[in-house]
Design a protein around this ligand. Structure first.
Ligand SMILES: [Zn+2]
Length: 418
């Protein structure tokens, strides 16, 4: 009954739960049910209430409030939710994951045993230095690890185990959710906020210990389509309109100083990331990212200016631009109850860490949930290098995150006593 977060993590990491972008079903892959259904069983064994899985794979459960009627906080603590996703990224295989547990890490680069060309380098992983003498988990070099977000799943399972087994820790109602398909941007597609019933929630899907996230990018997806005209090259003179050449002129004008590879922190970017084309038609997908939502229209104007510049060079080509809203900075929808952020900050401090707000140069499921009315900032897990073969996990970070969730349940009750 007192299984460690590490043991849970290794069990979950060995279950293949990769999601897929090329699927018409929900969840995108049936194998995600392998872990989701196991979690249902384990939540029931731990004694949680209302343990349910729906047709989409969403698992929800309740840790009921244990506040006695005499407690000043009784009946006053809002319902708080903890959320993690079970799927792993489509970008690297998640089959036959063989977690390598390195106890008392001695420092230095780590050559992974399954493929000696895959090396965890100290120079690329500043967090390794803070884990000397501690336990870390790596892959064998042939797959991803899935700490994103099975570390989050293990952390929530360990925290609820602790809460169920420790009646002296007083807290209000807590809701837990495990979700599929986060990695393909569909994690909240069928998430029933009303049924979940939390007033505030936390995703456990971050990385470095102590780092907390209340800001994400605002994101649009731009698509530029160039329509040309194809004809046999042998008789193409003055007839062919090669859309590839026009697109090349567009791409070369994309600002290099506003790219993901040249920016950091709060800097915005324009990122051409997917290109398909032939003479008759070429399509380019471009990610527009800015922490300030109005900044997205500035980025769009830059694309319009590029198109206006290129169009006269290819008068017979037709160039179209369309822009789709992807997600918005959660900061703009966090609401005006300061407790949601104050409590997580205080809970992290009570775990002995120095809490730090870090903007996420991406989105989380919390971005969409927050926009839909459920304020959902994000908490660290101890994982690093997501989506690749050099992914690794700090067990210390994972344990601190478990502590932080348990503290968070108590801090909320404390806040409601004053
Ligand atoms: Zn994740």
């Amino acid at each position: 009954m007192n299984e460690s977060a590490l043991t849970k993590f290794i069990r979950y990491a060995m279950i293949d739960t990769q999601s897929s972008e090329d699927s018409q079903t929900y969840p995108s892959t049936a194998k995600q049910f392998d872990l989701l259904k196991l979690l249902v069983q384990e939540l029931r064994t731990l004694g949680l209430k209302d343990v349910e899985i729906d047709q989409y794979g969403y698992v929800m459960a309740t840790v009921p409030s244990n506040l006695p009627k005499t407690d000043k906080a009784y009946g006053k603590v809002p319902t708080i939710g903890f959320i993690a996703h079970v799927d792993t990224s489509p970008s690297t295989s998640g089959a036959n994951v063989k977690p390598q547990v390195i106890e008392s890490y001695k420092g230095g680069d780590i050559v992974l045993p399954g493929d000696n060309t895959v090396v965890l380098r100290v120079s690329e992983n500043p967090e390794l230095a803070s884990n000397i003498g501690k336990t870390i988990v790596t892959t064998d070099g042939t797959t991803l690890l899935g700490a994103d977000d099975k570390a989050g799943v293990s952390i929530i399972m360990s925290a609820v185990q602790k809460l169920m087994n420790t009646p002296s820790v007083l807290h209000g109602d807590l809701r837990v959710a495990f979700t599929p398909d986060e990695e393909i941007g569909a994690g909240t597609k069928h998430f029933d906020i009303k049924k979940f019933g939390a007033q505030f929630a936390y995703t456990v899907d971050g990385d470095t210990p102590g780092e907390l996230n209340k800001e994400t990018f605002s994101a649009d997806l731009a698509t530029i389509t160039v329509h040309g005209r194809n004809i046999h090259p042998g008789s193409a003179k003055n007839i062919m309109v090669n859309s590839i050449r026009a697109m090349a002129d567009i791409i070369v004008r994309m600002p290099k100083e506003t790219a993901p590879e040249t920016t950091e922190g709060y800097e915005p970017y324009i990122h051409p990331h997917h290109l398909v084309g032939e003479e008759a038609k070429t399509t380019l997908k471009i990610l527009l990212r800015d922490f300030e939502t109005p900044g997205l229209s500035v980025l769009k104007k830059k694309l319009e200016a590029i198109i206006a510049d290129v169009q006269p060079l290819h008068p017979k080509a037709r160039i179209e631009l369309s822009v789709l809203n992807q997600y918005r900075n959660m900061r703009d929808y966090m609401g005006n109850d300061p407790r949601v952020l104050d409590c997580m900050f205080e809970a992290t401090r009570r775990s002995g860490l120095e809490p730090k707000w870090v903007p996420i140069r991406g989105g989380t499921d919390g971005s969409r949930l927050t926009e839909k009315g459920l304020p959902t900032p994000n908490i660290f897990t101890g994982g690093q290098n997501y989506h690749g073969k050099t992914e690794w996990l700090s067990v210390y970070g994972m344990e601190k995150s478990v502590e932080t969730l348990v503290n968070l349940a108590q801090v909320w009750a404390d806040k409601c006593r004053s």
